[in-house]
Design a binder for this molecule. Sequence first.
Ligand code: GBH
Length: 469
Amino acid sequence: MLSPAPASAQTAAVPSPAGQRRFPDGFVWGTATSAYQIEGAATEEGRGVSIWDTYSHRPGKIHGNHNGDRASDHFHRYKDDVQPMKALGVRAYRFSIAWPRVFPDGRGAANPRGLDFYNRLIDELLANGIEPFATLYHWDLPQALQDRVGGWQSRETAQAFGDYAGHVAKHITDRVKQIFTINESATFIDFGYGSGPVELAPGLKLPQAELNQVRHHVLLGHGLAVQAIRAQGRPGTRVGPAENIVGCVPAIETPANIRASEIATREMNGGYLTAMLEGSYTDGFLTYAGSYAPKFTAEDMKIISSKIDFVGINVYMPQHYVVASGAPAGFDLLPFPASFPHMESDWLRIGPEAMYWGPRNLAKVWNVETIYITENGTSGADIPTADGRVYDLDRIMYLRNYLTRLQRATAEGVPVKGYFLWSLLDNFEWSDGYDKRFGLYRVDFETQKRSGKLSADFYRAVIAANALV
Ligand code: GBH
């Protein structure tokens, strides 16, 4: 096997980008990770216990009984991990801050060393010309809040989240200008508190009314965080959510089906994005919830819909293919055939058009003016060949197809300003433990050695050309 060519030679080898396949000038290319999935160092520098420490240590919950105690050891290797980012040429990096590092008990006294690690990381990123984008909540709730008030079952957790957000904003917005509040509310609520096909921490199965109340409290937490960041962050700090939009794709691109996909986008995101962006739950959501609807006040809805600066969406797959219908809702969601293709993870359907329709409908339905793709990527078997490298052509195929649809969106004027590839490194993939690998860089979890997969070369070439390659 040939060893990979240096970045400069690879750039030169890219056929001159044909103009129409370029991304806009200044497009923000990045990668994404989250705290519990990569940091390890679970008990260092005063970090408190999170619901993921507790949950992953319960026998039988995680593939292979794995846990995040060590993960990708990023807490100790963060400097080394900035180098692959630099080699890729990314302009930005999306990481998350572990709430229990900052407030070990969720609220009350801040751990004086809580932000030290993030300050070191932020400074290292900036020194290497990479802009930090921080996420405040990527699922690692302080265990104390779960124990004391039932976590997101209580409004107190929303308030505590607001306080935490304000504290963080006060200390980092001299250098961090872009903040995401909550990652994928829909996922951690439905799988952590409801009964999804997969279970996430804290592993509760609440009845519908209580589940809707959890949803409401998470939305409220988002809104309180936005307000606290405005109050305590430097002027010019930009803030928004990172949500997994329920992607509704027209099954066949006719005007009627496109319209149906817009209506479906608004309804199917009724518990999350629609409430944030419109300041009310839709009639469809409330009718469907019936007597299980959340309890809320008009003031709550004002907080939830506090003005945001951008919307981040994680796009992995189409949740629904939609056609127009004479039914009152105006759309039908089609069933997926058993033979619908997926990537190495069973749930990861291959539907690149979601990468066009997600942002396109977000912009169309709510006039959102700034959109980030906060995650997109795939797992792969990633078995190294005899030369020790991973030729992950499946990941390249997936990325190329999704980026093709993203390029269509930007070329048509959909205001997507950046893209964060999930993920920089192999990491702790929640209930799948270390069995599912999403990284551009392979991690040997015995030695913690990192090595670039072929997809890292692909992404580097895309970034260098600012175009599809
Ligand atoms: C993201 O969630 C997470 O933000 C990130 O932490 C994670 O590592 C990454 O994706 C890769 O999984 O009910 O069949 O859909 C992605 C969306 C939604 C994918 C829940 C897994 C559970 C199985 N996730 N889904 S299914």
